[in-house]
Ligand binder design. Structure first.
Ligand SMILES: O=C(O)CCC(=O)C(=O)O
Length: 271
């Protein structure tokens, strides 16, 4: 196992991703699917217009809006299970922290196209994106609940800036559009049971099609402080923490949020 983890680390380091086939048993996926489908049904009812017009994902799956405590605890235990933590800790030995979850599905409108991006482009301008990709670490763990076309990635872009083609397509400049093909793209097809681990800041796009429904779990390295991005309601409370076999991932986030709040108070507080 140690040898395998080393190889995965090397692959992640060079290419920004790795995939493990049949990482979960059919029973594990079935149990997860039952909880996620419950969330998805309620979310769709509640966001009907958005869902029908443009949505391709939802988020905050571990929050209290659509799921009760028992289902949330099931999700928390799934996310921080021993085998998930072995993967996460191999990439982030310094106190990895839970950030969020997202659920990706096909847009209702078949004309809506999948699009290339780096996650950081929605929060940072171009100069800051250049810094972010060398400094911080946010990792996506994608768990497909059904077989899907998967994700297309440009290997190595977790550590390097875009070439001209990539930049023009991703940023939609010089008449290019973000749904065009990129010559360096690599498609990673996924089946239920697989897990894909990839850097959020590498150039990637989800591939629409089949009956895709994929749970993405986002974790970050505590040395990069993303505590502000975490919604309190998506974290387990004290009662739930006591029912989670391996709660470190959440405790690290809770600690970071507390430190951030204390730092703000010390600096004079916010109004
Ligand atoms: O699957 C998708 O539609 C996009 C996936 C993605 O961008 C992500 O996981 O960050």
């Amino acid at each position: 196992m140690e040898h395998k983890i080393k190889q995965l680390n090397l692959k992640y380091d060079h290419e920004g991703y790795f995939v493990l086939r049949d990482f979960f048993s059919a029973q594990e996926i079935e149990a997860l699917r039952a909880v996620i489908l419950k969330f998805h049904q309620l979310w769709k009812q509640d966001n009907l217009e958005f869902y029908q017009q443009e949505a391709f994902n939802s988020s905050l799956i571990t929050g209290s809006k659509y799921l009760g405590c028992a289902d949330r605890v099931k999700l928390f235990n799934f996310i921080s299970s021993a085998k998930m933590m072995a993967l996460v800790e191999s990439l982030m030995p310094n106190k990895p922290a839970f950030m969020n979850t997202q659920l990706f599905f096909n847009p209702v409108n078949p004309q809506q196209k999948d699009f290339w991006h780096r996650d950081c482009q929605y929060d940072y301008d171009v100069e800051d994106q250049k810094k972010v990709i060398t400094e911080t670490q946010v990792v996506h763990l994608r768990v497909p609940l059904f077989d899907e076309l998967g994700i297309e990635l440009v290997p190595g872009t977790h550590k390097r800036w875009d070439n001209d083609e990539e930049f023009a397509v991703r940023q939609e400049v010089q008449g290019r559009t973000s749904c065009e093909n990129l010559s360096g793209g690599k498609k990673v097809k996924l089946a239920a049971g697989d897990i894909l681990v990839f850097s959020a800041d590498m150039i990637h796009r989800g591939l629409y099609g089949l009956d895709r429904l994929a749970l993405d779990i986002l974790v970050f390295d505590s040395s990069a402080n993303y505590a502000d991005y975490v919604d309190d309601d998506c974290l387990p409370d004290h009662l739930m923490l006591a029912q989670i076999d391996n709660p470190k991932l959440y405790i690290n986030t809770i600690d970071l949020k507390l430190k951030t709040e204390q730092a703000i108070d010390k600096a004079g507080g916010i109004e």
